[in-house]
Design a protein around this ligand. Structure first.
Ligand SMILES: NC(=O)c1ccc[n+]([C@@H]2O[C@H](COP(=O)([O-])OP(=O)(O)OC[C@H]3O[C@@H](n4cnc5c(N)ncnc54)[C@H](OP(=O)(O)O)[C@@H]3O)[C@@H](O)[C@H]2O)c1
Length: 291
C-alpha cells in the first residue's frame, strides 16, 4: 500500500475539513462529501473530488473516513450505502461512546465492512501537526494497512480489537481535560472577586497544574495496588482543605458546584472509616465495585 491511495472523507465540519486538507496535501486523491455542499468548495478548489452522494463518495476509495456530529448521523449516512461499503475500510472519527462504537462495528461486520473506531485527541488547528494524537481500535488488519495514511493526521495509537477501546480512552482523557478546565474556571471566579483577571490567574494556574501532573504516577500506584496507606495527603486532611475551599468560595459569592462534589466524595470515604488513607481513595466511591 503506497501512501497515495484514494481516500474519502465524509463530513467536512471543523475537523473533517482539516483532515481532508492534510490528506490532500500529502498527495492522496481525496473524495469529499458534506451535507452542506458549499463546505467542500475550498477543498475542491485545491484538488479534491466532490461527490454528489454518500454512495458516490464511498465508491471512490478503499478507505472511508467519517467525521460528522455523532453516531446517529453516521448511521443515517452509512446504512443506506452498506452494499457499496462492503470490502472497504471505514474509520469512524466521530466522537461517541464505547457502546456506540461496538454496535457500529457489529453492523459493519454483518456487511463485510472492515471497521476501525477512533478518538481524535486534537483540535482542528492541531490536525497533522505535532501534538495531535489519534487513538484507534477495531479491525487490526485494516488499521495496519492504512496506518501510514492515518499517521498523517497525528500520532496513531493502537488500543486493540475491541472497537470500544479507543473511545473509552478518548473519553477518559477528555474527562481529565474537562475537570482541569473547570477547576481553572472555578479558581478564576474566586480570584476574579478580588479584581484579578483570568489572564493573570492563567499564568499561575498553568505553573501549578504543570507541577501537579508530576504526581500522577504516584496517584496511580495507590489505585493500581489498592493500598492507600499514606502519611501525607490523607482523606481527612483533604476533606478539611475542601471544606475551606467550599466555604471560601461561598463567602466570596462563588457557587461551589464544581468543588463540592469532591468534598462530598471525601466525606463518604471519611464516613466509611478511611480518613487516614490517601486522597486517591475517592476512586473507590465512583468505580464499579467487584461483583
Ligand atoms: N472540533 C474539535 O475540536 C473536535 C475534537 C475532537 C473530536 N471532535 C469530534 O469530531 C466530530 C466532528 O466535530 P467538528 O468539530 O468537525 O464538528 P462541526 O464543525 O460541528 O461539524 C459537524 C459535521 O457533521 C455534519 N453533520 C451533522 N449532522 C449531520 C447529519 N444528520 N447528516 C449529515 N451530516 C451531519 C455537519 O454537516 P453540515 O456542514 O451540513 O452541518 C458537519 O460536517 C464530533 O463528533 C466531535 O465531537 C471534535
Amino acid at each position: 500500500m503506497t501512501d497515495r491511495h484514494p481516500v474519502t472523507v465524509v463530513g467536512l465540519g471543523a475537523m473533517g475539513r482539516e483532515i481532508a486538507r492534510v490528506l490532500l496535501e500529502a498527495g492522496h486523491p481525496t473524495t469529499v462529501w458534506n451535507r452542506t455542499r458549499s463546505r467542500a468548495d475550498d477543498l475542491v478548489a485545491r484538488g479534491a473530488t466532490r461527490a454528489d452522494t454518500v454512495g458516490q463518495a464511498v465508491a471512490g476509495s478503499p478507505l472511508v473516513l467519517v467525521c460528522v456530529l455523532d453516531y446517529a448521523a453516521t448511521r443515517e449516512l452509512l446504512e443506506p450505502v452498506a452494499a457499496e461499503l462492503a470490502g472497504r475500510t471505514v474509520v469512524q472519527l466521530t466522537t461517541g461512546t464505547p457502546r456506540q462504537a461496538r454496535e457500529l462495528a457489529a453492523w459493519a461486520a454483518e456487511h463485510g465492512i472492515a471497521y476501525v473506531d477512533s478518538g481524535m485527541m486534537a483540535t482542528p488547528p492541531m490536525v497533522g501537526r505535532p501534538g495531535s494524537a489519534f487513538l484507534y481500535s477495531g479491525d487490526e488488519a485494516a488499521f495496519s494497512r492504512y496506518r501510514e495514511t492515518l499517521e498523517l493526521l497525528g500520532t496513531a495509537r493502537w488500543f486493540g480489537a475491541d472497537a470500544g477501546l479507543a473511545s473509552l480512552y478518548d473519553l477518559a482523557l477528555l474527562s481529565g481535560m474537562y475537570t482541569m478546565f473547570a477547576g481553572f474556571l472555578h479558581g478564576a471566579a474566586m480570584v476574579g472577586t478580588a479584581g484579578v483577571s483570568a489572564a493573570e490567574f492563567a499564568a499561575d494556574a498553568g505553573d501549578w497544574l504543570r507541577a501537579m501532573t508530576g504526581s500522577l504516577p504516584h496517584a496511580a500506584r495507590f489505585v493500581d495496588t489498592g493500598d492507600y496507606t499514606t502519611d501525607v495527603q490523607s482523606v481527612e486532611f483533604n476533606k478539611s482543605a475542601l471544606d475551606v475551599i467550599v466555604q471560601a468560595s461561598r463567602d466570596q459569592g462563588v457557587a461551589a458546584d464544581l468543588v463540592a462534589p469532591i468534598q462530598e466524595l471525601l466525606a463518604r470515604q471519611l464516613a466509611e472509616g478511611h480518613g487516614k488513607e490517601a486522597f486517591d481513595r475517592i476512586i473507590e466511591s465512583i468505580r464499579p465495585r467487584p461483583a
